[in-house]
Design a protein around this ligand. Sequence first.
Ligand code: AMP
Ligand code: MG
Length: 422
Amino acid sequence: MTTKTDPHDCNVPADGSRLMSVDEAHARIEALIEPLSGEERVAIRAALGRVLAHDVSATVDVPPYTNSAMDGYALRGADLEAAVGQGLRLVGDSFAGHPFSGSVGPGECVRIMTGAMMPDGADTVVMQEATTVDGETIRVATGGKPGMNVRGAGEDLRAGGIALASGTRLKPVDLGLLASVGVAEVSVRRRVRVAFFSTGDELCSIGEPLREGCLFDSNRYTLYGMLTRFGAEVIDLGVVRDTREAIEQAFRDAAAQADVVITSGGVSVGDADFVKETLDRLGGIDFWRIAMKPGKPLAFGRLDGGAYFFGLPGNPVSVMVTFYQFALPALRRLAGEQAKPALWLRAPCLSRLKKGKGRTEFQRGVLVTGPDGQLAVDTTGSQGSGILHSMSVADCFIRLPAESGEIEPGTMVDVQPFEGIV
Ligand code: AMP
Ligand code: MG
């Protein structure tokens, strides 16, 4: 019979081994993972969601020339007073794409449209609504400041400066930014190839009749979605039965094709949980049990041949929590992405939260406007690790530290908003 080595230490499971803290698990993954090599050149439209392999410099100023921010009249700032009094003489027009070719002298002005190039000599624009026209004479109702309503060349990006840094995952705005500096193609990192499968004799695939004592395999779909949103090249290896042979074969197939292998289920201590022992044979496990809930049995390691391995627990919520907390940062690192650290906010919790001491919990929450108009968080309700619905209605994790017990309403808690990956 096994006994706890220290009955007061909640992080010591029945087999006497210590559970690893969430922070230590993060640090280990970070230390072990190096970005993958390999890049390809793609047209910028095809680069959406890909990770930039090198810095992209601006070859031109954006905007390329100093231009007007308003429809109105371009003039010399020193003439603003005269413009209010005797008025200025209109000497020409500057339209977008059709600049004024002359120069604006003292006492003169040029009609100008938004985005049109500022004529030589002029440094100030008075908006049309503030002017009156009397033949060739333009008068300004009230003064203003020299330099007003003008957008300087290069005020968005300077030629020679970095428009986008290596490691940026390209968003729609970045495609626009690349186009603004005339870049048609970029080098992006190759996608991370991820093979995944579900384990369990109780699993039925959708499309099959549901057999007695079985349930539909949902993890493979959640994983497919999260991996696709992340931008992986996904290799779905289906449902694998709980036998040593089947699991070993699936691992061999997966390792031959992928940079990362992700499995769900089979990492607990049940009789048919063969994932851990197979991994021990085909590679090495780096850690095994984490002081978190849900998701205690999480395996991380490397298979012979080099593929990284994440053995996620089988419970549907545990899969998502462990993916989001551990696999996703690892995938981002592999992809060469310079990701911002996870954003954590502090918010009062509106409801009581059940919590036992000993493990960090990632409960599911909903961000709301509190009674005082400030940010607050509420629970999604029942927090069982099989209640996938709790993830569906949630928009954040509520992270409760290992040492904390039950949370009273009004207590400040740490909240991590989801970033569109769930
Ligand atoms: P395991 O980690 O294999 O012991 O599985 C833990 C729990 O998660 C069991 O109740 C399983 O039936 C359930 N489970 C495992 N894999 C899946 C899956 N792919 N889809 C839905 N539920 C699953
Ligand atoms: Mg199982």
